[in-house]
Design a binder for this molecule. Sequence first.
Ligand SMILES: CC(=O)SCCNC(=O)CCNC(=O)[C@H](O)C(C)(C)COP(=O)(O)OP(=O)(O)OC[C@H]1O[C@@H](n2cnc3c(N)ncnc32)[C@H](O)[C@@H]1OP(=O)(O)O
Length: 470
Amino acid sequence: MSFEPRSLPVDAAAHAALAAKGLDYRLIDPADHPALDGWLDADQRGFHHSRLRDVVREHERAVMGDRRLHGVFDPTIPEPVVPVATVSSWPSGLSVPGGRSVDGWAVSSVTVSPTHRRRGIARAMMEGELATAKAAGAAVAMLTATEATIYGRYGYAPAAKAATIEVDRRRAHWIGPAAPGRVHYVDPASLREAAAAISRRAVARVPGEIDRWPGTLDRMLGLVDPDSEGSRAVRALRYDDEHGQAQGFATFRVTREPNEPGWVEFDVLAAATDDAERALWRVLVEQDFVSGLRGRLRSTDEPLEWFLEDPRAVTVSEVFDHLWVRIVDPAAALGARRYGAAGELVLDIDDPLGYSAGKYTLLASADGRAVVHVPRTDGADSAPKRERARARAAGTESGGSRSASRSASRAAEPRSLKLDVRDLASIYLGGVRPSVLARAGRITASTQGAIELADRMFASTRTPHLSIWF
Ligand SMILES: CC(=O)SCCNC(=O)CCNC(=O)[C@H](O)C(C)(C)COP(=O)(O)OP(=O)(O)OC[C@H]1O[C@@H](n2cnc3c(N)ncnc32)[C@H](O)[C@@H]1OP(=O)(O)O
């Protein structure tokens, strides 16, 4: 999605809601450094971070210059240049099953000063962001959350989990196959270009990952504040395949007390191939003079334990909801991913905020492609002729199999589900089976067999996962 983040006006409803409270909701011009610095200071304070050092402020100015920044200003406070609330957003791809990407709207930096909390400021900003996401042409909005109780009311729901993985070095005896290429230590700065190219390919392989921006790669490589203690500790590994092509990288640091073995704390393992993933894991876990390795924001479905003789060397903990998704355009969102099985499914979506409400017919062919019938707003039945729909389900448009055609045409009525927009977000990437949400009493089948079909259709080959905060 090509989009200039400040080309859309401030959302009028959010502006009016905040103006009624005596507050001014406006966009920050990143070229206006005093305004941008006030916004950055409010954002830091809102997340209980320290004041920015100059070198980090420079970095933040550059990163935020590419985003849409809103501040809420209270003219009655002693330092009115510092907003009492902040939010940032930008268009970004979100990886979906089938190695594809959907147009997303990333939302971050949501803070409200404790002096102005619980007056509806966050609600105005969040509703404004949804309207802007829709106006920008995004199919989904997405965020990572400090607390799991904030965003459900706006239609967001957990869509991809992350976990902490620890490996006990003494038990980590490698039995996995060797990779054909080699892993090298490299200067983190030398990875700047390769990291962007590798990350693009690594992100595309995993549903739930979002596009990386240059600033986040610089952070991973310790280049933002290179003289700081944390940055100087960063070590970088690169995997080159048997043809000498860079296919993966990892960064880590070893923390240790004097005369004690250390702990490998690793931040990033980005692999464009399975070989790269395996080779990097091996070097990370096979270090000497360390007690173990800890990786945060890892997948709940890592292959690691299958590489080791003793799978109990690996402990998975702190599993948590990490990526939150909000579907703002069901037809575009559902049409962007690939499906695990052919079928025709009617999704009767409830959405209190209106964006996604209605009955959508999802027609997936045997090759995983789908077309989505959008409900008409005039109430007339604009459903495609059943024959055409069946042809689509059979993959005629995309080369699907005849058996899919026969099974689709056997169905007398399409199978149908009732679900809330949040449940749609949770099943969207394949992170939870619809049958689990049915058992939880959240999704109901209007037609027999609908849940089972939804389980098969929404399945993802790869477990969704997001490995960064944003
Ligand atoms: C994507 C991100 O950036 S995640 C980061 C979120 N920000 C933080 O954690 C920083 C610290 N917290 C804050 O700055 C604020 O407390 C915020 C942003 C979470 C909430 O701001 P407020 O302006 O106080 O929220 P607001 O008054 O608009 O409340 C809206 C609704 O959310 C609820 N709510 C607000 N904060 C919370 C919370 N922390 N936990 C649960 N519910 C909350 C309110 O009760 C209200 O509910 P209702 O409208 O359904 O009755």
